[in-house]
Design a protein around this ligand. Structure first.
Ligand code: NAD
Length: 306
C-alpha cells in the first residue's frame, strides 16, 4: 500500500521526523509548512514541496496534518487555499495534532459532507518517539477509515489504538496530557526535595526507576531536570494548550480536575516569565523557585538570536 500518495502539512518538531519516516518507508510524499525552510529540508530527502495546503490535497489520497492548535488546523483545512478546497470525495484526512475533541468532531462532520473521511489521531511519545517511529497513536473515527489508515500509522508508531468514534482519539490524548502534567509535577517536587536536602537527585532517580514511582516522565524528564536540559522537546506553551483542552472538556462535563488546574496555573507562571518555548520539564524551575532555590527567568532560554 506504499503506492498511496500522502500529503503532510506541519513539519515541526514532530512532523518533520514523521514525514521522514513515511519517505523512508517508500511512500510518495507531498509536504507543506508555512516555514519554507522546513519544506526545503524534506524536499532534500525526496518529498515534493507544495505552496499551500490546497495543493497538498490536490496531489494526495491521504492528507495528514500535525499543527500546533485548533485554530491552526481549522485554518489549514477550511481556510483560503486549505485542504477542503483541494479535496476530492474518497480522500482520507488524518489530523495528528492535539486539538479539542469538540473541534475534531466538527471537522469530521464538515469533511463528511464533502465525501471525505476524517480521523483524529493524536500522538504521544515526543520527538524521540517520532524519530524512532515508536509513538503511541490514539485514533477516533469510523472503523473503515481506521482500517484504511492503519498501514500508514504503523509506519509512524508502535501502539495504535482505535479508541472510538470521532473525537475519541483527542479525548484519550487529553487524558494522556493530564497524566503527563501531574507526573511532571510529582517528579519536579521529588527531585527538588532531594536537591535541597543535599541528596544526589541522580541517585534518587536511579533508585525510584526500579519501583512503583517509575515512569517514562521520571526517566526522560527527570533526567532533563537533573542535567538542566530545557531545549524543547515539548514546549511549555503547547502543554498549556493541552491542559486548556483538558480543562474545557472537563468543565463541559462537570468533572473537577484539581491537580491538572494546579499545573496549568504553574505553566501560566512560566509563560509570564517568558519561558513559553522551554521544554515542559522546565516546570522544575518554578518548583525550585517556590522552594527558594533560584529564579525561573529568561536566562534559562539560553542565548537568543539577535
Ligand atoms: P512545532 O511548533 O514544532 O511544529 C508545528 C509546525 O506547524 C511548524 O513547523 C509551523 O511552522 C507549522 N504550521 C503552523 N501553522 C501552519 C499552517 N497553517 N500551515 C502549515 N504549517 C503550519 O510543534 P510540534 O511540537 O511539532 O507539535 C505539533 C502538534 O503535536 C501539537 O498539537 C502538539 O501539541 C503535538 N505533540 C507534540 C509533541 C512534542 O513532544 N513536541 C508530542 C506529542 C504531540
Amino acid at each position: 500500500m506504499t503506492d498511496t500518495r500522502i500529503g503532510f502539512i506541519g513539519l515541526g518538531i514532530m512532523g518533520r521526523p514523521m514525514a521522514g519516516n513515511l519517505l523512508r518507508a517508500g511512500y510518495s510524499l507531498c509536504v507543506y509548512d508555512i516555514r519554507p525552510e522546513a519544506v526545503a529540508s524534506l524536499v532534500g530527502e525526496g518529498a515534493r514541496g507544495a505552496m499551500c495546503a490546497r495543493e497538498v490535497a490536490e496531489q494526495s489520497e491521504v492528507v495528514i496534518t500535525l499543527l500546533p492548535d485548533t485554530p491552526d488546523v481549522e485554518l489549514a483545512v477550511f481556510g483560503q487555499d486549505g485542504v477542503s478546497q483541494g479535496a476530492r470525495p474518497g480522500m482520507l484526512y488524518i489530523d495528528m495534532s492535539t486539538i479539542a475533541p469538540s473541534a475534531a468532531r466538527r471537522i469530521h462532520d464538515r469533511l463528511a459532507a464533502q465525501g471525505v473521511e476524517a480521523l483524529d489521531a493524536p500522538v504521544s511519545g515526543g520527538e524521540l518517539g517520532a524519530r524512532e517511529a515508536t509513538l503511541s497513536i490514539m485514533v477516533g473515527g469510523k472503523a473503515s477509515a481506521f482500517e484504511r489508515a492503519l498501514p500508514i500509522l504503523r509506519t509512524l508508531g508502535r501502539r495504535i489504538v482505535h479508541v472510538g468514534g470521532p473525537g475519541a482519539g483527542q479525548l484519550a490524548k487529553a487524558c494522556n496530557q493530564i497524566v503527563v502534567a501531574v507526573t511532571l509535577q510529582a517528579v519536579a517536587e521529588a527531585l527538588t526535595l532531594a536537591r535541597k536536602a543535599g541528596v544526589d537527585p541522580q541517585k534518587v532517580r536511579e533508585a525510584l526507576l526500579g519501583g512503583f514511582a517509575s515512569s517514562r516522565v521520571l526517566e526522560v524528564h527527570g533526567l532533563r531536570m537533573i542535567e538542566r536540559h530545557f531545549e524543547p522537546g515539548f514546549r511549555i506553551r503547547l502543554h498549556r494548550k493541552d491542559l486548556r483542552i483538558a480543562l474545557e472538556t472537563a468543565c463541559e462535563l462537570s468533572v473537577p480536575l484539581l491537580a491538572t488546574s494546579l499545573v496549568a496555573n504553574e505553566l501560566d507562571a512560566l509563560l509570564a516569565r517568558g519561558l513559553a518555548e522551554l521544554d515542559h520539564s522546565g516546570l522544575a524551575l518554578l518548583v525550585e523557585e517556590l522552594a527558594g532555590m533560584g529564579h525561573a527567568g529568561p536566562e534559562e532560554m539560553g542565548p537568543q538570536p539577535s
